[in-house]
Write a protein that binds this ligand. Sequence first.
Ligand code: MN
Length: 229
Amino acid sequence: MMDYVFAPNSLPSVPVAGQAARFPVRRIFCVGRNYAEHAREMGHDPDREPPFFFTKPADALLTDSGDLRYPPQTADLHFEAELVVAIGHGGRDIAPADAQGHVWGYATGNDFTRRDLQAQAKKAGRPWDMAKGFDQSAGCGILHPVSSIGARDSGAIRLTVDGIIRQDGDLAQMIWSVPEVVGHLSSLVALTPGDLIYTGTPAGVGAVKRGQVVRVEIDGLSPLETRIV
Ligand code: MN
């Protein structure tokens, strides 16, 4: 057994539908601007961009319907409803035609963003890490195994704030499909079991305030509800 100078932190993990065992998380990758209308609302031409990626620390996960403490150093915390893809079989240079065999399951997710810090970073040509990878920034619902629900390439994706619909799209509107995202990402890094991929958000992103409840719903998956405190 390995000896450490202090007890290591517990492994970040996500609950799994219908079983006590949890999915152990290794890394969190996120796709930027993967829905055309959202790319336009952020001021970009969606037709000319290959997919690009950013990351969040695995211990930024917010699971089990936990409350989100409004993060420091921002006055513009945004929600982003996203389909989360969990990788069960690793690989590099995965062909899109083979990608589905690498997917373990799916969850609803919320890519919480300090939009003001992101705008400053973009303007200065600086990294997005502190805009995207802060504590509790990776909301993730219960994971549903592919073995029980099959592949997800279409279906409604919706977000409400205090019951009012703010984002209303369909997974079929993704510019880069899940197999294409897995293909692109695995050409950049070797994917491993335990990796999560946030696949981008539809149009309608906006701010959320203390006291509000944000709910992400995707057809066939458990909803993810987060209270901002
Ligand atoms: Mn996002």
